[in-house]
Design a binder for this molecule. Sequence first.
Ligand code: SF4
Length: 401
Amino acid sequence: MNASADPGEKAFRSHAPGHWPEVPPEQWNDWKWQLRNRVTTLEGLESRIRLSREERAGVILSGNKLAFAVTPHFFNLIDPNDPDCPIRRQVIPRMEEASVAPWEMADPCGEDSHMPVPGLVHRYPDRVLFLVTDRCASYCRYCTRARVVSGVGEQELHTDFEEAFRYLESHTEVRDVLLSGGDALLLSDGKLEQILRRLRSIPHIEFLRIGSRVPIFLPQRITPEFCRMLQQFHPLWMSVHVNHPRELTTEVKEALWRLADHGIPLGNQSVLLAGVNDSVDTMKTLVHKLLMSRVRPYYLYQCDLIRGSAHLRASVAKGIEIIEGLRGHTTGYSIPQFVIDAPGGGGKVPLNPGYVLYHDQEKVVIRNYEGKIFEYPEPPAAAPIAAPAPRLCPEAASGEA
Ligand code: SF4
């Protein structure tokens, strides 16, 4: 099944109050009300939309895998008349989650084996991932950290904050800290400020990042006060997570603009998902709306080999086809890097369409987005290329971890 682009998805729209017509705007716009009123039960779900047999079984089974919870804001994006709605595929559990293939893993990125301190992942030389909470505003059925996120899976997250800060103070090679979880933006302003202040007091930490889906699931959280708190800690960047154009509502766009207005550079990390965003048209609409929201599309991830995610995984070929359909056809700023997080902890590996057709010490033969072939001569004194003999290069990979 390929996601198709609905022309109506190009516009930024508000879906409020949707299923909650009785709720006054001041409550609706209160992020704590949104969290208290999440849809978390089968009854809550069935009172609003008709479930398929697969979804009903999925909700019942989700209790000991990854909790089911959706904020009212995000719930309103579900099309109740479309059983294949790309929003419901992301957040409503399905029976297929119970089918686990031999190559699927609880910890597909090998984070647990790179954890010198509980809650701190140190896999790359100069940067760390700091898991500051196991809770999210809503839960994505393909979550790569389903083993700890939401508190009902097979492991528990017990981050040792003091030990993590001591580790960071003594590891002067760490210059970049990414706060994630769960979702760091679910912490109170005070708690998050405390963590950021402590990190900023470590002289060798240059760069702070937060990975968050809260601006999308819970845009009400991005208050002016919250943005003012964050802007004390620059350079502070944020990676958000949007998969489908419908997620970019009026409220989400305003929240993203607020963050950008407070000097926070924004990137987006999408996961390639079958039936959600596995088409060039859908991705093109998404990346255009991201630019309009002042967010640079950063990564398109091949879905990790998380247990019970086969029904959501699109092929690698589909990801390459999407990049091919964007590169040259639209603004370069809008093109994410397609990557696979190498199973077991090998880090991100960039994948690109095969633009390099031939490469030796004298020349490179390339093709452009229209399929036209060009030759570019290497400088006469160029160092020998890595391969000793002429070769066909299936791909020109460039990117970053
Ligand atoms: S928001 Fe991120 S951490 Fe939370 S469930 Fe979704 S993918 Fe997992």
